[in-house]
Design a protein around this ligand. Sequence first.
Ligand code: PEP
Ligand code: MG
Length: 757
Amino acid sequence: MLAELRIIVQRVNSASNLLSALDIIVSCVRETLKTQVCSVYLYDSDIDGYMLMASQGLKEQAVRQVSLQADEGLVGLVAKNAEPLNLKDAATHPSYFYLKETGEEIFNAFLGVPIIHHRKVLGVLVVQNEEVRRFDEGEEAFLVTLSAQLAGVIAHAEATGAMAGLSPSGQKLTDTVFQGISGSPGVAIGDAVVVFPQADLSQVPERQVNDIEMEIEFFQECLKSVQQDMTALESKIGNQLAEEELQLFNVYARMLDDDVLGNEVIERIRLGSWAQGALAFVARKHIRAFEAIEDDYLRDRSADIKDLFSRVLLYLQKKKPFIPKYANDSILVSNELTPSMIADVPLSNLKGLVSIKGAGNSHVAILARTMGIPTVMGVTDLPLHLVDGKKIVLDGNKGNVISNPTELLLKDYTEAIIEQDQFIAGLEDLKDFPCETKDKHKVHLWINTGLMSDTIYSVDRCVGGVGLFRTEVPFILSERFPSEKEQTLIYRQQLESFAPNFVTMRTLDVGGDKDLPYFPIKEANPFLGWRGIRVTLDHPEIFILQIRAMLRASYKLENLQIMLPMISNVREVNAAIELIKRAHRELRQEGLSIKFPPIGVMIELPAAVYQARALANLVDFISVGSNDLTQYLLAVDRNNPRVAALYSAFHPAVLGSLNYIVKEVKLVGKPISICGEMAGDPGAAVLLMAMGFDILSMNSAALLKVKSVIRSITYLSARDLLDSVLKKDDMHAVRKEVDLMLYNSGVDRVLRSSRTN
Ligand code: PEP
Ligand code: MG
């Protein structure tokens, strides 16, 4: 059964569009289960019903012609209940609805299973037989398994059609919503610019060229270069290859030599495609065909085919490096956005960001919030290769991307952008007012930094200090470990910008989702592995160098604080302090008299929550990293869009832990701050203030929003709210109550609807 499943899935994967995928499904299932009928019905929002999209066994003329309303017939029932329905005599069931065009009256046995993707029923897969008998357990289990495996492929094929403006049944589609996760609030309208890594055939977007003949010539020239490379390679290593390998090598070389592949690509260029896109299209087709072959050995050759095409792609990319043109309203789209991709775009042209991978608290989303750029993460169904150059609407509040927008939708969003810009401009008036509640309770708002651009923006906002400087950002943007001198310069600039206010520099926090290209860490469970302090304590040379640079940079400014990430026990703190003391001693010996800075520990792990008091006793301050703390408490990967709905700082376990930490740290009289993203969520900030956090440190774009909310409420009402939500057992109930309190306090809608984690 497993082998049959695998073959069907591979064959479906090799289909080039939705209809051929569905045709493959119905014919394979009918053959494997030896049924008389197999059909697929898909939900079409335009008709609010299920269209018979493919069938073997029902009358051909009914296919893509007949449909059932959403709540009609057995198909509607399977979809509504989202569970299989197995009947030996369908016609006797009260929900049976006879579609005469299909000729299904002769079939009695009926088995329907829902096709579900991301909790949404896409359609129903049905098998039918004349014989009056229930399908057996094995048949039912097979269909359920197959449907679960194919749901993603069907969703992807549907999304590809939707991007082209077509619903499953071929109706014209408008305002097609691709759901993702909010990465940074705000809305934007712009032209999508897809950025993609080199030599990756799966990510090359489709683009049009004007001069087709020139593009063909360019392609032929690159193809020839690869052929020459292959010939050279063969003469160099040919005598080291076994006979079989040599034969294969020759087959590949011939594939390039004979005109078949080249001609296929050229044909596609003639249709207006650029060479990279044409090559990737032909490559994907051949790779899919190889992957669908039953023979294991031949199937494995798909990797060689991929390699061959990638070589040509790399040539195309190297010979004519693609420099994206960033129009005034550019929305950057990528499979996996990185800080360096963002850094490449002129800021004034960048209106929004979209990442297929990642979730609301991925580091790139945090960066986007810091920069105040509306962002949507985890839009897993967005067809990346079709979106380039398209006008899209990005809603960073709801976390979705809309293609084929109607004039009406564009008008609504244009108004929303004006409202949002006016609101943000209005907040500037608060700059010089203190951050205090109506009953004069003060709370300190600091900011998180990492980019130089934050500094310029934040200094202007009269912030009280920097609660988290993510020192890894300059490391990520560099091509090797920055030297002590280079680091000193960067740190000095930070310290000078904010002096005399404190700048809290966190020691290098790499690992997890923060990879340094020149220091890759490959692990099965990176978030449970070599991260943060664990890396730097194992590499004292890197740690000491960084501390020396920080201390040196603070010379005569004396506004440095050092903070340690990912602490899970007291030994790590003691070891780190020893190294900091050593670096300090070394500089003194060099004649630099530098004040020993306050040291702090981040509480980011559940273990540290229960050691809060012991840790606080060792250092000068505690800062809670609620991004990681939420991830580890709830066991929800902060980067995984599939589980993003489970990630919430309003979860009672998170709120309970935070409240506990504050009490423990206060018992030993040490200051406590929070530098996770929840501090920048206006509703959460109210709760944190009520818990007793001394400092809330947030991305600079959130600062005035939080200040505006704090100034709209009383401390007394915040305490009451906290008392009440701490008794709640559900995160959604907590969020609702917080929102209600903000509403009652007259807080603007823009602030209430901001992101929640
Ligand atoms: C945190 O985990 O809350 C934090 C501030 O650190 P980072 O987001 O950089 O992991
Ligand atoms: Mg962290």
